[in-house]
Design a binder for this molecule. Sequence first.
Ligand code: NDP
Length: 310
Amino acid sequence: MIKILSGKEIAEAIKHEVAEEVKKMPTPPCLHVIRVGDDQASAVYVSNKIKSACEVGIISHHTHLPATITQVDLLEKIRQLNEDESVDGILVQLPLPSHISEEVVLESIHPEKDVDGFNPINAGRLFQGKQTLPPCTPAGVIEMLKRYGIVIEGKKAVVVGRSNIVGKPMAMMLLQENATVTICHSRTTNLQEITNQADILVAAIGKAGFIRSDHIKEGAVVIDVGINKVTDESLARELFDEDELDKRLKAIREKGFTLVGDVNPKEAKQKAGFFTPVPGGVGLLTVAMLMKNTLRASNLRRKKSAFNKS
Ligand code: NDP
């Protein structure tokens, strides 16, 4: 019998714990979010982050800059926030307009304020197993596995996807938890053969329903990181079972799309032992972990400042 791993309950628990910690602090942590341009999805993500910060008592500021801003001006804004003692966490919402280098921008955020965990210094610390601000999505996956009591140590984990923001840090974190880890990508040959050995299978690919029954070992823990829009009713019929289908078709007719992960949920439910739904799985944890990272960044900076004064 498959167990659905709910991101909602875990995200609420994490946010509750952060809120309790924040209450004990003399002044709340402060998160500054920068959004560039008018990408609709980014606007929704930013408003969810601001809303969550408000719920847990973290002060949040939002700077919305025009898509025409130059890279130099954006870097100057980040420099000011790096130097602003009242700011604990800086987040630049991706994607950025094509004339701005995401790499340069992410590297410009001070590692101590890098609550997304994308700065190479923090990535390097993660790689070396040192204390760091970890990227929120893979950190949320680890948090979910632990809180559901799923043993990671000694298990065969396969991560499909090798991006710097999900796949690679996910693999490093699973390794840190003593799993035996394999990373797969678009040039992997015999993908199915490899994923079929996974006790824990993480899909971070960006292709709707790509992981099918044939990729999954019987009883495996399947973590679906993907978020994809499905607009086609016939594809929806391949992806959703009877319990879900009507709701999904209604969404396509009314909103023009429904969300699905990188795993075919209909097939995963027949084969996996544990499965994260989309929506309602990993996505909710990402925002909760951002709150946890902001709290952590604030605590680390306060400790450092107290140490420097002593
Ligand atoms: P990227 O596009 O940066 O990376 C996708 C990865 O998938 C690449 O490493 C690519 O391989 C690999 N890949 C593509 N096609 C195949 C294939 N046919 N077989 C095996 N591997 C393949 O995506 P992200 O890592 O940024 O995101 C992945 C998914 O997670 C997306 O759906 C995204 O929306 C979602 N996401 C969800 C978040 C959440 O909060 N839940 C947060 C961030 C992302 P190669 O390197 O060879 O090109």
